[in-house]
Structures are given as structure tokens and as C-alpha cells.
Design a protein around this ligand. Structure first.
Ligand SMILES: [Fe+2]
Length: 380
């Protein structure tokens, strides 16, 4: 007699039983014995159970349908159920495998022979239909879980692929934007440089005898900075400072700035205000803030007798010490209305004489030792 649906519910497996009765869920039973097979079929009443009497028949069925559970009798020497279930695993790896046996000692042998350990033992002496139904119900749950996790993994893979495509697209957009920004930045930098050079020209326009002085000072300062290991990221600020070291002269009276003869002490006091005036002018321009210190202190002396702050030695910003040397070198090496340009040897001698008093001795050693000036003087 086959067990009906309501009897399944009576077993307390309402949910699982409903699932087991899903026509997609099938159980394969290998049992050569009609009587014991009948007990199983009755216990799993309402479930789609395919009964095979021989191993070849069982494998034929395994090859043609998907099974949620594979049950096998174990009646040696006629049928080695453990061997069959081990082989069945290779064909239907997701199916729950249950060995139906009356041998109480079989567990150790199952553990030993089933490497994966995924084989259940149902002790069928005496036969308990409730336990078998419960076991198969668990198998259903397991199989559903496996199906769901596989579907989820597949969905995740698809989502991951979508995400990767989106990331790639985003990457392209970001790269495009970055390029646009870089181009805009470069244009802005060029415009800023032009504005700064314009300022430098404004200083030179006041005193035509110093034409080209700002550009040359910048070239000397950068050459010395590179030789003394000046931080690369600060070179631009140093270049701007060199160009604009005398920008404060815009605020110096023409009568003083352009006076042909020597200045009196009051005029010198006024002239000596140009570093502070330059510091104040560049303080108004964000781009020039990093250059302010060099501009303010380019007339300081190593011995502390310079202006405007009377800083001593390394208290003077390194950039300002470099600009001081570059500024002085250009003054010495070019013709002025009141003097002829000095030769390279004369410039060198003047620097060696004043190193440690007016200029940073270590920087002078680099300037002279590495013959930085020579390269420029050859060009002139
Ligand atoms: Fe100056």
C-alpha cells in the first residue's frame, strides 16, 4: 500500500514532504529484493522513486535523470551497496546517498571507504519508515540548498561581470577627465608663468640697465639648486622667486632707483625696503606664496649683517641663499653703466673671498667647485 500525502504530513515533515513531492525531485532505489524495496516505496509514498533491481539498470537511470537521493540496499556478496554508492557519486555528485543495511557495524567501513564521508547509513532492521522519510526530507533540503547556492554563485558572477564592465567604463571616463584637467592645468600654468614673467619685465622696464637680469638670475639659481640637491617639488617656487626677487623695486621711488650717483643713507634705507615690499606684493598672489621667503631674504648675509631680518647662516632660507649667489653673480658678470663685467676668474675670486661672510660657504664651494658659472659664461 502506498503512503498518501496526508500521511507524509503526519510524519512532521510537512514542508520537506511538499518539496519531496515536487515532480522535479526524484529518488533512485537499487534493491534486488522486491520485499524490502516495497517497504521503501511505501515509506516514501507520494515521492517519485525509480526502482532499479540491478547495478546496470541503476546506472542507466542515473545517466538519464537527475536524482535528489540515491538509495542502495547492501546485501553482499550479491550487492556491495557501498561500492555502488561510491561509483554513483561520480555520476550524481549532488545526490544524497543512503545505504540501506541491517549491519550495525557498517559505519566504520563506510567511513573508511567513502573518502568524502558524504554517505548516510539507514539501519533497516527493523525498518522504520518515519526515519527513512525524514532522511530523504533532509536530502531534499540539502539538494535545494546546493541548487540555490549554485544559482546565487552564477548570479554573483554575472553581477561581478557587470560591475567589472562598469568599472572599466568609469576608468575610461576618469582617465578622459584627468587628461582634460591636465591639459587645462598646463594651460593655466603657462598663463601663470606668462603673468609672472610679465611682472619681472615690469621691474626690468623701470631700470633698462638690468634687462634680462631676472631671467639670468633664475637660470643660475636653478643650476645651483640642482647641484646642491634642492627638493625637486620646490624648484618651481625657487624659479619664481629668482625671477621676482626684486619685484619690490616697483615700490621704490624712481629718484632712488634710477639715481646715477651713489645713494645717501636715507636713500639706502628706502632702497633696502624692496625685499619687504616684494614679500608683501607676492603675499597677495596664491601661486607665489611659496616664493615669499626667498624674496624677503635674498639680501640676508651668512654673517647676519644683511637685511631686512638680519638672519644668520642656516636661519636664512636655502632658496634665499641660492638667489643671493645667483643675483650677485649676474651683477658681477654683466656690464653695468658704472662698471665692466668681471671675468669668470674674477667672479670666482670674489665669491671665495666673501664665502662664509656674505654667502653660504657650502653653496659657494659647489658653485665654484662644479664650475656652474662656466657653462653660462661660455654661452654669453
Ligand atoms: Fe634685490
Amino acid at each position: 500500500m502506498r503512503r498518501n500525502h496526508s500521511e507524509g504530513n503526519d510524519l512532521g515533515w510537512a514542508v520537506e514532504w511538499k518539496l519531496v513531492r515536487d515532480p522535479a525531485y526524484r529518488v533512485l532505489l537499487l534493491d534486488p529484493d522486491a520485499r524490502s524495496a516495497g517497504e521503501v516505496l511505501r515509506a516514501l509514498g507520494g515521492v517519485q522513486v525509480d526502482h532499479a533491481r540491478t547495478r546496470p539498470e541503476a546506472f542507466a537511470r542515473l545517466g538519464s535523470a537527475v536524482y535528489g537521493a540515491v538509495l542502495s540496499a547492501h546485501a553482499r556478496p550479491l550487492l556491495d551497496g557501498i561500492a555502488f554508492l561510491l561509483e554513483a557519486e561520480t555520476v550524481a555528485p549532488d545526490a544524497m546517498r543512503v545505504l540501506l543495511t541491517g549491519d550495525e557495524e557498517i559505519d566504520a567501513e563506510i567511513d573508511q571507504r567513502s573518502a568524502t564521508g558524504h554517505m548516510f547509513r539507514f539501519w533497516n532492521t527493523p525498518f522504520d519508515p518515519r526515519t527513512l522519510a525524514g532522511l530523504v526530507g533532509e536530502g531534499v533540503k540539502l539538494q535545494r540548498l546546493q541548487r540555490e547556492s549554485r544559482a546565487l554563485a552564477q548570479k554573483l558572477n554575472v553581477d561581478l561581470e557587470k560591475l567589472r564592465r562598469r568599472e572599466k567604463l568609469l576608468d575610461i571616463v576618469v582617465r578622459e577627465r584627468t587628461r582634460e584637467i591636465e591639459v587645462a592645468y598646463q594651460k593655466l600654468k603657462i598663463a601663470n608663468r606668462q603673468a609672472i614673467l610679465g611682472l619681472a619685465e615690469a621691474i626690468e622696464a623701470k631700470d633698462p640697465y638690468t634687462k634680462g637680469h631676472c631671467g639670468r638670475t633664475a637660470a643660475y639659481a636653478l643650476a645651483l639648486a640642482r647641484e646642491c640637491g634642492y627638493p625637486g617639488e620646490d624648484l618651481e617656487a625657487l624659479e619664481f622667486a629668482s625671477f621676482l626677487h626684486d619685484v619690490g623695486k616697483i615700490g621704490i621711488k624712481d629718484a632712488v632707483l634710477l639715481k646715477p650717483g651713489p645713494l645717501d643713507s636715507e636713500e639706502w634705507d628706502h632702497m633696502r625696503q624692496h625685499p619687504v615690499k616684494g614679500y608683501e606684493i607676492t603675499g597677495q598672489i596664491d601661486l607665489l606664496r611659496p616664493s615669499m621667503g626667498c624674496i624677503r631674504n635674498h639680501h640676508e648675509r651668512w654673517d647676519g649683517r644683511g637685511y631686512p631680518d638680519g638672519l644668520v647662516a642656516e636661519a636664512i632660507p636655502l632658496g634665499a641663499r641660492i638667489v643671493a649667489i645667483a643675483d650677485a653673480f649676474d651683477a658681477m658678470a654683466t656690464d653695468r653703466p658704472y662698471k665692466r663685467a668681471m671675468s669668470a676668474a674674477q667672479c670666482r675670486a670674489a665669491f671665495e673671498r666673501t664665502a662664509g661672510a656674505q654667502y653660504d660657504p657650502a653653496l659657494i664651494e659647489i658653485w665654484v667647485g662644479r664650475k656652474i658659472a662656466d657653462e653660462f659664461l661660455e654661452e654669453q
